[in-house]
Design a protein around this ligand. Sequence first.
Ligand SMILES: Cc1cc2nc3c(=O)[nH]c(=O)nc-3n(C[C@H](O)[C@H](O)[C@H](O)COP(=O)(O)O)c2cc1C
Length: 384
Amino acid sequence: MAHQEAPKEVIPLMTPYKMGQFELSHRVVLAPLTRCRSYGNVPQPHAAVYYSQRATKGGLLIAEATGVSATAQGYPQTPGIWTQEQVEAWKPIVDAVHRKGGIFFCQIWHVGRVSNNGFQPDGQAPISSTDKQISPDRGGPRRFPQSGMVYSKPRRLRTEEIAGIVDDFRRAARNAIEAGFDGVEIHGAHGYLLEQFMKDSSNDRTDEYGGSLENRCRFAVEVIDAIVCEVGAHRVGIRLSPFVDFMDCVDSDPVALGNYMIQQLNKHEGFIYCHMVEPRMAIVDGRRQIPHRLLPFRKAFNGTFIAAGGYDREEGNKVVAEGYTDLVAYGRLFLANPDLPRRFELGAPLNKYDRSTFYTQDPIVGYTDYPFLEEDINKSAIEA
Ligand SMILES: Cc1cc2nc3c(=O)[nH]c(=O)nc-3n(C[C@H](O)[C@H](O)[C@H](O)COP(=O)(O)O)c2cc1C
């Protein structure tokens, strides 16, 4: 009798997927992670090690939030992409990812009021939709996690200044393509500048950028349109978090906000992806559970959908198998497991993440020193 092999287990996260022109070999995406190791806002050679460790052939990586201008900064040592020096510094990092066959998008951001005068080039107030400071009573911490600096009172952007910020985003996208990135992800989430305009808790404007939902989203839509025009819809994705209340940015109708933004994205044929963050995890019967509120958006969006926020192997496989999302982005688990897709494939145990080194500035510790599976195996063989 012919020997019959047991059927191979299908792992939904490890199945291939075509995202626009990109052939992904699996659905485990590196979520954007600010790591505060880009000294003087210039990406460093150690980032080439960090990102290439996490790159796989046909795997999608999203780079950490990267400033579009000198006023875009709000955390220590975060990278930018508005100067030629920064563009040149990104090139070897992008190359390192491409050499391993990875697909690399750059997340471009402006922090708006999530900043302090000390981060601003002229020592002036950070800019925002509003002049209201982040309130610690409504989802916003009062101080920066590392430095202990307070979030400063922002300056409300004048209507005629907004076109200039849109242009900063456009130029940053152009620079990202020049640096070799496969595309850009617009950071429209987590209470940063674009969301400060979108959400009604932080937009108290009376001009055409405030008031109605359409007006509040106008700035983000102008950024999307400008970037699509500059680099093509096939290279533009966006991250949105209508349900998240981080940094005191809350909307009274997150479903309407998400739907409106999806409609705007669908106007651009071939807009590559919409990356959405789940609401905060709920505690059900003593267990943390992902609320799974993104399905209506996934159904409405014409392009690739990425879900993020609290996923592990089991939940990721489940949502891909059910068609809830196309791809799943992993933050903390990928931070601590450079070979996360491989570990998911094997069902191998995971390294634990060390929160205390998330935002520290060491080029190795908590950054490139998380062990790979093979190292674990070798180590245990030596210890045995
Ligand atoms: C250290 C750290 C840095 C982060 N930096 C960013 C960032 O630059 N841009 C962004 O959109 N989200 C950022 N996030 C949020 C993650 O991308 C992700 O949405 C979040 O960690 C939840 O996913 P997880 O449960 O898989 O970690 C960060 C999260 C962590 C823990």
